[in-house]
Design a protein around this ligand. Sequence first.
Ligand SMILES: Cc1cc2nc3c(=O)[nH]c(=O)nc-3n(C[C@H](O)[C@H](O)[C@H](O)COP(=O)(O)OP(=O)(O)OC[C@H]3O[C@@H](n4cnc5c(N)ncnc54)[C@H](O)[C@@H]3O)c2cc1C
Ligand code: FES
Length: 262
Amino acid sequence: MIKTKVRIINQEKIAEGIFDMALSAPEIAKDAKAGQFVNVYLPDKSRILPRPISICGYNRSEGTLRLVYRVTGEGKGTEMLSSLKAGDELEILGPLGNGYDISGMKGKKIVLFGGGIGIPPMLGLARSLYELTETKCDVVLGYRTDDLFLENEFRTFANVHISTDDGSFGVKGTVIDAAKNDKLEADVVMACGPMPMLRGVKEFAKENGAKGFISLEERMACGVGACLGCVCKTTETDDHSHVKNARVCKDGPVFDIDAVQL
Ligand SMILES: Cc1cc2nc3c(=O)[nH]c(=O)nc-3n(C[C@H](O)[C@H](O)[C@H](O)COP(=O)(O)OP(=O)(O)OC[C@H]3O[C@@H](n4cnc5c(N)ncnc54)[C@H](O)[C@@H]3O)c2cc1C
Ligand code: FES
């Protein structure tokens, strides 16, 4: 993990409120893994806490990182980020967190689920799985409306299934409705998205007798395991602290679906 100044190579709006940022960050790209994130420090020093953003993609030979994020919140951190242009500099810390362990996935029936702003990290994961297994897995993407983003890029690495809340594209309903509609089966499921979606994914995994790995999101401060600002409830007591807690930033953000309380 390294804290470093990086240059923005490109930034564009790819859907309403969704931005795609490319950074020149060779020291972080060289060690990055799908499911990890970076802490982005804003140039405005009145906003001291960094914003955690998942790594959507990386290119080790070109030394680039890709972040896709939604402008949200009252602190206006992501809004400020969206106003930056190619050539501007940012300070980032990363790669942070554990990321997805994809060893041993060859030959497995894998279904990825991404909901809303949980979609970007699944693109990097779909790519890593495709490179490892040389086969396309299934990915179910859940959007609010037909203002889709990244879905075409997924098609290179995965068989894409889509749900929208309003039924304007794909299956009307949740990602689980789309998975059932398309009769998907799994040995392993991996997911990132809002909590109700993760609960649905857990149920889907159970019905399929599948293993599950999910990426959690919590409000964070330090991002490196020091402040305990991001704990989630686990199902087992840990040997060290003797409580049912884990730090999302350091022990996660990716957890075994049965190891955390949803
Ligand atoms: C591991 C991880 C990965 C993430 N990946 C992405 C991603 O790829 N794309 C994306 O759009 N968003 C992602 N988020 C959410 C993103 O961090 C928040 O949307 C962002 O910090 C909001 O900042 P703000 O100043 O605009 O909003 P505000 O709500 O005003 O922020 C105020 C404070 O709360 C923190 N905060 C607010 N919402 C969140 C949140 N959901 N998670 C953590 N801290 C939050 C901010 O960092 C800031 O310190 C991720 C969060 C985590 C924990
Ligand atoms: S954000 Fe400080 S321990 Fe996780």
